[in-house]
Ligand binder design. Structure first.
Ligand code: AHM
Ligand code: MG
Length: 338
């Protein structure tokens, strides 16, 4: 019998080493409990009729699935009970969820079940989150945190029992759910420098509607590597963390059906792109948006704002970055020649 190191023990050591409070552990415990419940509902969803849709449309104009609602309810319950969160933002709720403004210590941004097109098939989805911290040294102004201000971010790939957690300046770590429902066996995730197993991951059906320079760059580069696409960010990013390469969801422009254009990108900044960008950074990688700016540095103006995302090995992103910056420059209105 081999007994494994648990995630709680790993976190305790981490907090002690960095002389940090135990409050973070209470919040993490709430997230683990929520993830385990979501896993259970998802795994049994086909038999209990929970993998279908509802008649509702969310703030983003998308159909709400039953599992979206169930997963949100579970996370909100545990997070509220923990007493650790001041405000939360969920993909499923239009407004900021006000929790413990007086005693809470953290801000939580989460997507309880991301990758909705996989739900009816019971295929992998993700519970993604980012955590910001109260201003401890002065008046709290409740501002929405940029990705660089997150102290941690993670993703549960549901229903696989795999969890990845990145801690500010302390790396990106992977854990597995064991037979007693403990997350165990910390393993450091680092994007491999060697390109042997690198993969590209994007919705190739959109390729014709990416910006022209992005298309050209992909035509020159993507065929050097394997192509994999699950359609759920957590699953696609999970592969990327092990194999290296790039995941991209660029802006979609000039689509013949204008409703399908997404000039601002598809993914949500606070609870999809930023958690992934944060994990990538802690694993040695990088993420930029359609302007070539680091995703983590973007100042949020809306809790549900969208962004384009290019994330992966630093060398690949740095190669693409000047192309994106140049595209952004060309989009600026040119000063009239006098
Ligand atoms: P969702 O929040 O509606 O589930 O959308 C987010 C998902 C990501 O998980 C995934 O990377 C992307 O959308 C897939 O989009 P597409 O189906 O357009 O390829
Ligand atoms: Mg989502």
């Amino acid at each position: 019998m081999k007994l494994e190191e648990t995630l709680m023990h790993f976190l305790l050591e981490h907090q002690e080493k960095h002389r940090r409070s135990y409050n973070f552990l209470f919040l993490m415990e709430a997230l683990f409990s929520a993830a385990k419940y979501i896993e259970y509902y998802y795994r049994t969803g086909a038999l209990s009729g929970n993998l279908g849709g509802t008649s509702l449309v969310n703030v983003q104009g998308e159909n709400v699935m039953k599992m979206d609602q169930i997963a949100h309810g579970i996370v909100e319950h545990y997070v509220r009970e923990s007493g650790q969160v001041i405000h939360a933002v969920s993909e499923e709720i239009d407004d900021v969820i006000v929790l413990n403004e007086k005693g809470g210590r953290y801000f939580l941004y989460f997507d309880p079940l991301d990758g909705s097109s996989n739900i009816k098939h019971g295929l992998p989805v993700g519970f993604l989150f980012g955590i910001g911290k109260r201003n401890l040294s002065g008046e709290e102004d409740f501002h929405i945190r940029r990705g660089v201000e997150y102290i941690a971010a993670g993703m549960f790939v549901i229903p696989t029992g795999v969890f990845t957690l990145a801690l500010h300046d302390a790396g990106c770590w992977r854990f597995h759910l064991d037979e007693t429902l403990n997350y165990v066996r910390p393993h450091k995730a680092e994007l491999p420098e060697a390109s042997k197993n690198w993969e590209f991951s994007y919705n190739s059906a959109n390729m014709d509607h990416f910006g022209q320079p992005v298309k050209e760059w992909l035509r020159r580069n993507a065929s050097k590597y394997a192509f994999r696409y699950l359609g759920a960010l957590a699953g696609d990013f999970h592969r990327l963390l092990t194999n290296g390469g790039m995941f991209l969801y660029p802006a979609i422009v000039n689509h013949p059906d204008p409703k399908k254009n997404r000039p601002e990108g598809k993914l949500r900044l606070l609870y999809e792109a930023n958690p992934v960008a944060f994990m990538a950074k802690e694993a040695g990688g990088m993420a930029v948006n359609e302007n070539g700016e680091e995703v983590l540095s973007v100042d949020p103006f809306d809790i549900h704002q969208r962004t384009a995302l290019y994330v992966g090995n630093r060398s690949l992103i740095e190669e693409l970055q000047p192309i994106l910056r140049e595209m952004a420059r060309m989009r600026q209105p040119q000063a009239p020649v006098v």
